[in-house]
Design a protein around this ligand. Sequence first.
Ligand code: ASP
Length: 361
Amino acid sequence: MLRRNFVMFLTGGFLLLSAGSLAPARLLAQSKPLPNIVVLATGGTIAGAAASDVQAGYTSGQVGVEQLIAAVPQAKKLANLRGEQVSNIGSQDMNDEVWLKLASRVNAFVAMPDVAGVVITHGTDTIEETAYFLTLVVKSTKPVVLTAAMRPATALSADGPLNFYNAVAVAANPEAAGRGVLVVINDWIHGAASLTKTSTTAVQTFMSPLSGLIGSVAYGDTEFFRGPIGRNTTKSEFSLDGVTQLPRVDIIMAYENMDGALIDAAAAAGAKGIVIAGVGNGNLTAKAVTALSAQAKKGVVCVRASRVTVGRVSRNVELDDDKLGFVASLDKNPQKSRVLLRLALLKSRSVADVQRIFDEY
Ligand code: ASP
C-alpha cells in the first residue's frame, strides 16, 4: 500500500484531497515519459452544475472538457492529457449520432501510435450502454476507460474529480490493455459487459452482479482481478465501417395482464428487433407470447431478457424458444441486449445467427 500525506485544497470549485505520493511510484518514475491519454467528453453529471453545493436539482453537461481536466491537476502527473469535446449532453439524451461520432473518434485515437489510451467522460444514466457499444466496435486492445459521477461538479463531496483521476490512472496502466472497454467509478473497475446502474442516486450505484469486478483502483493504485467476459474489441466481428444508421430495436417491459398492443406498436413503428424485459426468467403473459411469436414469424428478431437485475435468461425453460422463434439474452440485461441486437442485425436477421452472437459476446 502507498503511504499518503494528504493536503486539502480548493480548485475549480472542487474540494479535493491531494497527496505528495498520490500516484503509484511506478507511474511517476522520472526515467519514463508520461503516456499520452486522450480525454473525450460527452457531458453528464461529471460535467454538471447546480446553483448551490447542497441542492439536488442541477443541469448535466455544463462544464467543458478543458475545465474538467484543469479541475484535476493531479491527473497531469499520471499522463499527458489532450481533451476533445464530443458532445455536452445528459446521457439520458445519448443518441446514435453521438455514438457513431464517439466510436469513430475513439478508433481514430487508438490507431495513433503515440496514444496510449482514451478516457471518456459520460453521464451515469446510459454509461453501461455506451461502454458496451464501444467494447463491440472499438478495434484496439489499448485501454478505453469511461468514467462518470453521481454528483455534479459543484456539489458538496463531488465524486467526479477522483473518478476522473482514477480513470486516467487505469487508462495509463499498460495492464489495462486487452480487458475490453472499462468503466471506472467509485474505486471500482467494471467490464463493459457486466456493469449495471442499480441506484437512482447513490454514489455506489454501479455493480457487476454476475461476473464481478475487473479490478479496483484507489487513488490511482490499480489492481486487476480478471479479464473481460465475451468477445470484444479486436475479437469482435462488428465494424462500423460504412455504417451511418443503426437498426431500430425497442425494449418492452413485461407486466401483469400484458397484451400484445405494445409489441405490435413497436413493429408498426419500424422496429427490426424487440427486446422483452420479461418477468423472472424472461417470461411474459400468454397473450404477449402469441403477439411476440407472430412478430418473430414475420422477421422481427425477438429477444427475451429479464426485468430482474441479477441472473441469466436461458433458452427453452418455461417457454419453447425453438418453437416460438425467440432468442434468449443469457447474461445480458435488456439494455445491453438491445445494443448487441442492433449490431447483430447489421449482419443477419436469422434467429440462429443472433442466438450464436448472444452466446459468444
Ligand atoms: N442524468 C445524468 C446523465 O446521465 C446522470 C449522471 O450523469 O449521473 O447524464
